[in-house]
Design a protein. Sequence first.
Length: 737
Amino acid sequence: MKNPIPFRSLRFKLMFASTVVEVLMLALLLGNSMRLIDTAMVASTESALAQHEPLLNIAIAPYLLEGDYATLQDNLNEIVGSNGIEYVVVRDQDGRVAASAGIANVDALPAPMVSAAEALSVRVMHVERRLGLGGQTLGVLRFGLSTAIMSEARQSLLRQSMVIASIEVALTFILLSMIAYWVTGSLGELIDSTQAIAKGRYDLRVPEIGHDELGMLARNFNDMAEAVEKQMGALHASENEYRTLFEQAAVGIAHITLDGDRWLRVNRTLRQILGYDDASLSHMTLAELCRPEDLENLREARRALLKGELEMREVEWQIRRGDGSLMWSRLTASLQYDERGEPLYFIFVVQDIGQQKQAGLALLRSEERYRRLVESTQVVPWESVSEGRRISYIGPQIQQLLGYPIDRWFEESFLFSVMEMEDSTVAREQFARPNAEFECRLRHRDGRLIWFACLVSRIWSGDSETKLQGFLLDISARKASELELADYRGRLEELVERRTVALEAANKELEAFSYSVSHDLRSPLRTIEGFGQILQEDYAPVLDQTGQDYLQRIRAAASRMGELIEAMLRLARVSRTDIRLVETDLSAIVSRVADELRAREPERRVELKIAPGVRALCDPDMMHIVLQNLLENAWKYSGKIDHAVIEFGVERQEGYDAYFVKDNGAGFDPQFASKLFGVFQRLHKPEDFEGTGVGLATVQRIVHRHGGRIWAEGKPGEGACFHFTLQPVTRLMEASL
């Protein structure tokens, strides 16, 4: 046994406590004895004082009264030294010293004492009394009464008591040391045995000596050691069983530290589920296996378990496997505690619920669709017997729809009583059919009439009784909408008629404007062009170089004006022409336009990438204009590139087919992309790239008429890509019908 720290050992504590108790008891006994001695001495002193006072008064008072101070002095000399009187001083009524004995300096007398207890420590009791005779005060008497004998006796008794107490304390200490050594020696053997058992030697036993308490303690300890040996054997067997169950469990199990940063134990099933080995998991945390959006839920669950707010937390979330895939799992978290109730580590149980989750999600979607269907149509199931006269079941929604308590509906013929008269006649006829569907009006509790659709089927039960089963659907909103729609239809027809007249007038004005542009504006341009050509052919020698340059500019401006007028007419025709929707092969249109461009500039080497089989429901003529403008732009703006690439294709964006024409040409500044589709808006100088500025406006007008949108992306020097969509699928189907 290791020797304990001296001041902490049981032996020291026992000896120290016993010695302190013994000293305290002796101190109390000695103190009480001294108190009794002092009391007795005080009583003796007060008795002596009571005896001396009257004797002194008789011996002094007559001489003081007669003024015979010489005789008084002689008497005082005889009194001092006898009967314990140390000194005497007599003063007359005027305070003058009449006589004194036993003291040299009468002016240095100590102060008189009030009680006899004060004299025990100074060996003399100083007393002051009045001198009187026959009731007359003659003076003051001061004398000292010796207490030396009593003080010496008191000191002797105190020394004897201290010697006896010291001897008793020493004997007690020696006796207690022997007892403590014997007790702690036996306890040392017991401590050695407990330490051996703590190290795993459960077969060790303590010698059983005697039949006293230590012997009983040894026997009880041996019984306990035997019980511990059996329990540890059972515990080892249980641990082996637990380890086997832990490794062979059908679910994944892991023990994780309280901070969540280290895996303590992981069973084989969890390693297979996660797809990691022990070496990989040892460098990972549980948080690394979770999605970022699940981390806060993981931290909250951990905090709730550590605070004791929950005993167990079960969640379903996705865990990242070793191959990077996400797996749906059910994770159950709890805490393992020690015998003091302190948490040791987390226990996580992981189940792969991927297939179950898929089935559950499919079921939830199905239930959600059914719930939305029932709630949106206010479907009320019902069942009746006796041809609808008595309801046997009806859905609880009916109470909210019509206001009547549920129990009222089980009354005889209550359904017919709340139904309009003419509708009840129709209902009885319909109930006689195997299957029927009709509309009827039911009266609300507040008197309102509400439209319902009634679906009913006749069911033959096993007891030959016919039952009616069906549904009631609240269609009051639909009926109100039908009435409102009928009113809107009438007003809309009137509005359409007025708009049609206005549109026809506008079209006529537009046709007149187009005719004016086509003839009135083109005629002066043709004149300018004609005379310019004559001047150039016939009078060229007459004109100097500057004149010929001016003439060339005039002809070029007239030609550009003609192109602008033609572009504006095309834009106007696009707005007036009716759309003819047919399924069109856009890839074929792009191929034809590409062939025209190659034939126009055969010397250029351009790589054209055309996605095959791209089709759309559109007007083929208008779509030819769109693709021709986009491809001509791509061809034109990639003209300065050595290896030009133009691509046409389609991609899926936001549920729609987005068609695109892409090039690697000059590109444009994206901050000016909104100006691309404006009339006469150009982002490049005319001397760099020719054009009218109307082509993209025409393209946008056609795309908008098809119910789509168009947008462009590009960067200077990196090319451009134009995307456009046409009608959504549902609108295309309506247009085709």
